[in-house]
Design a protein around this ligand. Sequence first.
Ligand code: MN
Ligand code: MN
Length: 473
Amino acid sequence: MEKQDTKTDIQELEKKLKYTPTHVWDSIDDDEKKRAFAFAEVYKDFLDQAKTEREAVRYISEKALAAGFTYPGTSNPPSSAIVMNMYGKTVSMARLGTEPISEGVRIIISHIDAPRLDLKQRPLMEKEDMAFLKTHYYGGIKKFQWLTRPLSLHGCIIKSDGSALNVEIGEREDDPVFTILDLLPHLARKAQYEKKLLDAIEGEKLNIVVGSLPFENKDVSDRFKLSVLLYLDQKYGVREEDLISSEIEVVPAGRARDVGLDRGLVGGYGQDDRICAFSSMNALLDAKGLKRTGILLFADKEEIGSDGATGAKSRFIEQVVAELMKTAGLTPTAFQINSILSRSQALSADVNAGIDPDYTDVHEKQNAACTGYGLCMTKFTGHGGKYAANDANAEYVGWLRQVFNRQKVVWQTGELGKVDEGGGGTVAKFLASYGMNIVDCGPPILSMHSPFEISHKGDLYMAYKGYRAFLEE
Ligand code: MN
Ligand code: MN
């Protein structure tokens, strides 16, 4: 063996043998940096327009239809690009490739629900001469983060005649907002400070202030509640019973913003996982020369376990493949649908946790995702001994690594936290049950599940670039 002693020789050797993740900003030219910033502008607008799964479905469907995608059975001859909507809460976009669909498809699945507070079905109550709406939180939240901030209401109410009323209050400048009260520090010692953080704020205290002016006649009970009901009836034609058939989500009011003097970060609600929804949608819209059929799934209910007709455990994907087969002139059978899915490749496009600079010791740094280091491939999720993880095949990770490297995607690998520190799951395992190859792949996020999540514009752009490379290869 040759002797390697000069400084350059050793540097060369290190470069050749060692794996060193690179920062996106060290890896792309000025032109791409400009494109990354421009992409983030459209992204922030998407975050503002799509704060709930229903709003995300509307946004994605509109973009797809504008780009020539059609609902199955609505165009003759059938279009090779379809969009399918299930109950207005989950949606799929798909485009046939030039290769036969029987060879398998490429799937990117993201989720469009986010942690929030849902109104209870009988939400309205009165206490101490104010009116409130009771909530039940949805997904994993740190309850204290939702107090004393402006909140908005988004959703729909199905009235007694069956008609649907869309609700969005608290986003326009002249709209009122809503809020949850918190105890002043002066009196918080026993009620909050002496308790564990987890127990200090009770779920039943997450009540939204909705009114403070009494009904004028003093002879009735619950004057503040009645006053709110009167307003709802006069303004919207909504009675209290109508709220039983409603889905009203309480989310942070206000727009997504640039964060930092250099504007390198995006701050906003619901980036887990709408950052992946947005970047995969644009990847399919922009993809050129698709060989394999590309399918995007935007799932609901990920944050509460993926159950339900609009969650990733449903068999919506089979319907999408069936429609694509019909479009391709084939007769879908259960056997063929399963055969196609088992030959497919998929990305579970979901975010990972970026290393939190103030809590580095919950991460194992060598195997953690870093903000600004690009799209993160997560071979396995789960908790305590990889329990309930999909754990992608090495062969598949190897193939994807080649795709990303060929297309100059800045990517990294990371697992969620130290061994035995905690953990989490994604939808990967549900699609894997068809026998397809699937791996988790998404940008890192800071302050995940908070009302103001943080992403890096370089990572957002690399998510788009990586998803596009996956669809185009
Ligand atoms: Mn997620
Ligand atoms: Mn999540």
